[in-house]
Design a protein around this ligand. Structure first.
Ligand SMILES: [Zn+2]
Length: 75
């Protein structure tokens, strides 16, 4: 078994948002790849930014319906 994923696997997992559902060992393999690979780190950052933006929109939408200003994800 390979120690880390390759770029193709990592970027696919990142773009599908599947990294959160991976078993711990696979997630560790992915993190290890990210430590070593600048281009996948860039992908990871973009995906995290997008996810935060999406979550922000979602929270904003929820806030329009029910006013809960403190209900924010600290991440
Ligand atoms: Zn890579």
């Amino acid at each position: 078994m390979k120690l880390t994923f390759d770029c193709q696997q990592v970027s696919r997992l990142l773009s599908d948002g599947q990294d959160r559902h991976l078993p711990t060992a696979d997630r560790a393999r992915m993190r290890l790849h990210l430590v070593m690979c600048q281009s996948c780190r860039n992908v990871d950052e973009q995906m995290q930014f997008l996810r935060r933006a999406m979550r922000g929109l979602h929270l904003h939408e929820a806030a329009l319906h029910e006013s809960r200003p403190h209900d924010r994800d600290p991440a």
